[in-house]
Write a protein that binds this ligand. Structure first.
Ligand SMILES: CC(C)(COP(=O)(O)OP(=O)(O)OC[C@H]1O[C@@H](n2cnc3c(N)ncnc32)[C@H](O)[C@@H]1OP(=O)(O)O)[C@@H](O)C(=O)NCCC(=O)NCCS
Length: 172
C-alpha cells in the first residue's frame, strides 16, 4: 500500500486551496442544478467562510495535505470534527482529493486511512461525507473502505425542463 501521511496545510496552501474549492464547489452546484451560475463562486466562498471563520486557524477543523514518502504533496482533505447537523461524535469530510496525475495507484485509499486516523486521534468516532452518485471512483473507494450509505437523494428530470434547485450539504 502507498505510504501517505498528513500534515496541516501551510498558509500559502490554505489560500490556494480556498480559491480552488470555491471554484469546484460552485461548478458542482451549478452542474447539479442547485445553483445558477451567476455569483456561484462568491456564494461558494461565502459558504466556506461561514464554516472557516478563522481561516486555517478555525478550531475543530482539520485542513490537511497528504504527502508521499518523499514529502511530495499528493492530496488534500478537510474534516470538520463537529457534524454539520449535530450528530454526536461524527466528523464530516468536506473535501477530499488526490492530485491529478497521481490517481489510480492507491494514494486515495492511503490518504483516506491517514485522514481517518487523524480524525480518530482528534476524538471522532465516525466519519461521514457526501458524494455525487456519478462519482464512481470515489464511491468505489468509500464503499471498499467500509463506508455505508446512510441517506440517498434521488432525482428524475421531468418533461423538457432541466433540473431545478435543491440545495443541501456540500458534496466532497
Ligand atoms: C476519488 C479519488 C480520491 C480516488 O483516489 P485514487 O488515488 O485514484 O484511488 P486509489 O487508487 O487509492 O483507489 C482506491 C479505490 O477507489 C476506486 N477507484 C479509483 N479509481 C477508480 C476509477 N477510475 N473507477 C472506478 N473506481 C475507482 C476503486 O474502488 C479503488 O480500489 P481498487 O484499486 O482496489 O479497485 C480520486 O479519484 C480523486 O481525487 N478524484 C477527484 C476528487 C474527488 O472526486 N474526490 C472525492 C469527492 S467525494
Amino acid at each position: 500500500m502507498s505510504a501517505v501521511t498528513v500534515r496541516a496545510m501551510t498558509p500559502e496552501e490554505y489560500e490556494a486551496w480556498q480559491s480552488t474549492i470555491a471554484g469546484e464547489y460552485a461548478a458542482e452546484q451549478v452542474a447539479s442544478g442547485a445553483w445558477s451560475a451567476d455569483g456561484s463562486v462568491e456564494r461558494a466562498r461565502a459558504e466556506n467562510s461561514v464554516r472557516l471563520p478563522e481561516g486555517s486557524e478555525t478550531p475543530r477543523m482539520l485542513l490537511l495535505r497528504g504527502v508521499d514518502e518523499l514529502g511530495e504533496p499528493v492530496g488534500r482533505a478537510w474534516v470538520g470534527l463537529d457534524h454539520p447537523r449535530g450528530a454526536p461524535g461524527v466528523a464530516f469530510l468536506y473535501d477530499f482529493e488526490i492530485v491529478e496525475g497521481r490517481r489510480g495507484s492507491g494514494l486515495g485509499r492511503a490518504l483516506l486511512a491517514a485522514v481517518e486516523e487523524a480524525a480518530l486521534a482528534a476524538g471522532a468516532e465516525a466519519l461521514e461525507l457526501n458524494v455525487f452518485g456519478s462519482n464512481t471512483a470515489a464511491i468505489g473507494l468509500y464503499s471498499s473502505s467500509g463506508y455505508a450509505v446512510t441517506t440517498q437523494q434521488m432525482r428524475k428530470p421531468l418533461g423538457e425542463r432541466g433540473p431545478r434547485g435543491i440545495s443541501g450539504q456540500p458534496t466532497v
